[in-house]
Ligand binder design. Structure first.
Ligand SMILES: *Cc1c(COP(=O)(O)O)cnc(C)c1O
Length: 357
């Protein structure tokens, strides 16, 4: 059995956390003169709840997870950064990532001066368990698995994820930013069994709240305690907490959006396959499509000239020749298809003059 405290950096275990006014006194009082706020103002003049109790209770009820097993971050990107700082000693430890995958794991590792060991996915975009386990050293503290994976869009097999959680001797972070679009079960169900599992989810994708910056990490109580120790005291602002609480009460809109986006995704997938320059549209369990095309750079620049922005992933390992396209509204997807049709009827010279020199 993994002892979490053996994995947490020594200096983090030993440090004394900042004690904010709002964390020292809990309960209701008549007059608050403890935080140097401007008490002449009436709205948003007070510091927010540092531990977001109300919001966590609501999220916990929705996800069937104890609220003590939830950390909320300024986007799940904050959780990624804090995981690096909690578990990885700068200039010594390492993380393992499985490219092609989400770019922030590597960026956060660089910022923290932590080595990023890359064990590429196989051709079927599934992890190679043996290679990953062989890449372990005394210094590999975190393994990042993104499922559904960005930018490939596929689910990572649950049996593979569980095998890795069992045998990896560090923390396994399963980034489920796109899980709401997938028909595969979330790894939240594995939390009870595995104290070394951290599941990341976000309100930025299916929930449509990328602008308020709110991400979730679900983990054992021990890990959440360390998150709370190192996080900036008021990392989730009052406007965000208030807005999220309001939106979470309306799950009907959320469920409608998810179904609408999935149905648009499948429609767009089949329509894209008809273009002569589309070699393959990969199956997606997310809200984007990975599309392998002839002349990716030309198409990318043509679409920009038409005011349509997608991601050019053609230089990414295992995604050679691929574009990543977010599934938009029916109207937006129509505009995309019209632009691609107009591209398809250009002659060779016209196509070759598209890329700006
Ligand atoms: C978009 C995305 C995130 C970022 O989520 P925020 O909560 O907006 O920070 C995390 N992981 C993956 C794989 C993503 O694609």
């Amino acid at each position: 059995m993994i002892d979490i405290n053996n994995l947490v950096c020594k200096h983090i275990l030993e440090m004394k956390p900042y004690a904010s006014a709002r964390s020292e006194f809990k309960g209701e009082a008549l007059v608050y003169l403890d935080a140097n706020e401007n008490t002449l103002q009436a709205k948003y003049n007070r510091y927010p709840d540092p531990f977001q109790q109300k919001l966590k209770e609501q999220i916990g009820a929705m996800k069937k997870v104890n609220s003590e097993q939830i950390f909320l971050g300024n986007g799940s990107d904050e959780a990624i950064d804090l995981l690096l700082r909690i578990f990885c000693n700068a200039g010594q430890d390492a993380i393992i990532t499985l490219p092609p995958t989400y770019g922030m794991y590597k960026v956060s590792a660089s910022i923290c001066n932590v080595e990023n060991i890359e064990v590429p996915l196989q051709d079927n975009f599934q992890p190679n368990v043996e290679l990953i386990l062989n890449a372990q050293t005394d210094f590999t503290k975190l393994l990042f698995i993104c499922s559904p994976n960005n930018p490939t869009g596929n689910d990572i097999d649950l049996e593979i994820i569980e095998a890795l959680i069992k045998d990896f001797e560090g923390i396994v972070v399963v980034d489920e930013a796109y899980i709401d679009f997938s028909s595969q079960a979330s790894c939240l169900g594995l939390l009870k069994q595995y104290p070394n599992l951290v599941v990341l989810q976000t309100f930025s994708k299916a929930w449509g709240m990328a602008g308020i910056r709110l991400g979730m990490a679900f983990a054992s109580v021990e890990i959440v305690k360390v998150f709370n120790k190192v996080k900036p005291p008021y990392n989730i602002n009052e406007l965000t907490q208030e807005f999220a609480l309001k939106r979470l009460k309306n799950t009907a809109d959320f469920e409608y959006d998810v179904l609408a986006i999935i149905s648009e995704r499948e429609r767009l997938k089949s329509e894209l396959q008809d273009f002569y320059f589309v070699k393959k549209v990969y199956s997606s369990a997310a809200n984007f499509l990975l599309v392998k095309v002839l002349h990716p750079d030309i198409i990318y620049h043509y679409l920009i000239a038409q005011g349509i922005i997608i991601r050019n992933r053609s230089q990414v390992m295992l995604c050679e020749g691929c574009l990543r396209i977010t599934v938009g509204s029916a109207t937006e997807n129509e505009l995309l298809k019209t632009a691609l049709y107009n591209f398809s009827i250009l002659n060779k010279d016209e196509k070759e003059s598209i890329i700006p020199r």
